[in-house]
Structure formats: C-alpha cells, structure tokens
Design a protein around this ligand. Structure first.
Ligand code: ADP
Length: 165
C-alpha cells in the first residue's frame, strides 16, 4: 500500500529549509503532497498559485523531477484535506524548541478532530535550521544577500514582487 503524507504550510516563499524537509519526508512516505494553505492568519506576499509555481520549479529542478512529490493548494480544515488525499500522515518540520509548543498543540488538535491522523515531526538540518520564509523576506526587503537560503528562481520572483509592492 502506498503511504501518502501531506506536508502543509504557507511556503511564502519556499526555502532550502522546506526542501530539506521534503527530502526527509520521502524517507518515511512513498508519496508526498506539499499542501499550500489558503486559510491562514498570515497575510502572504505571494498568491497561492505563485507559491505553487515556485515549489513545482524546485521539485523539477532542485529535487530532480521527483514524481513522488506533488503540490496542491487547499482551503478549509487541514484534516479534511488530508482525508480527501487518502492520507493519515501530516509532516511538519521542527527548527527549534520554540516551534515545538505550537506544533504539539496543533498536532493534538488535529488528532482530536480526526483520530486516524497523526503528525510526524522531522528535525531541521544543521545547515538550514535558521532559515524561515519570514526572515528571508525581511533580509530581501533590506537588499541583503539571500542566495544561500533559496534558489535563484525564487530569489528573482522575490525581488520583482518586492519592487512592485
Ligand atoms: P507555516 O505557516 O505552516 O508555519 P511555513 O511555510 O512557515 O508554514 O512552514 C511549513 C513547515 O515547514 C512547518 O512545519 C515549518 O516548521 C517547516 N519549516 C519551515 N522552515 C524550515 C526549516 N528551515 N527547516 C525545517 N523545517 C522548516
């Protein structure tokens, strides 16, 4: 049986930290759905379609056209989306102890809402643990160098988005 995992997030924009978690997730699931959340409390810089395009680019180019990964945009409750994908596994990345409290609460809530669904936490890598979409947007706004944290494709999208703001 194919084990399907769902990796939800804002991905605004996708970073090398997210790609690290995608690679690690493929060690525990056969098929991974990267799920872009529409209903979030954060106000995204990029539209859901733009975020999808960037993740798909990374999958095709950086991860070498990995057929085991697909990208979807979802609205509403995550657990309903996970069910609709035929999955019972949510993948989340942990960067620091500070991530843990919120992530733990969220995983408990999701399991309460859908007892068949469990969250697997994957640890961030030493080289990417400090990367966050929020931080790279802040650095990019101030013209800092972010090429180590995301791809050139995303970097160009970020520059033109910030220029047109
Ligand atoms: P959210 O708005 O749901 O936190 P993000 O796009 O910020 O969405 O992150 C999606 C997931 O990826 C979260 O589980 C987050 O902890 C994880 N993540 C983000 N950046 C990194 C990183 N550098 N290393 C490991 N995991 C990360």
């Amino acid at each position: 049986m194919t084990k399907i995992g769902v990796y939800p997030g804002s991905f605004d924009p996708v970073t090398k930290g997210h790609l690290d978690i995608i690679n690690k997730a493929l060690l525990v699931v056969d098929h991974l759905i990267v799920a872009i959340a529409c209903d979030t409390t954060k106000t995204p810089l990029f539209t859901a379609e733009e975020r999808k395009e960037m993740i798909e680019f990374e999958i095709n180019h950086t991860l070498g056209r990995n057929k085991a990964v697909e990208v979807k945009v979802f609205e509403g409750l995550l657990v309903n989306f996970v069910n609709s994908c035929g999955s019972s596994v949510i993948i989340r990345g942990l960067r620091a102890v500070s991530d843990f409290e919120y992530e733990f609460q969220m995983s408990c809530m999701n399991t309460k809402l859908q007892p068949n669904i469990q969250t697997i936490f994957l640890p961030a890598s030493e080289k990417t643990h400090f990367i966050s979409s929020k931080l790279i947007k802040q650095v990019a706004r101030l013209n800092g160098d972010i090429k180590d944290f995301t791809s050139e494709f995303v970097l160009d999208k970020l520059k033109s988005k910030l220029k047109n703001q």
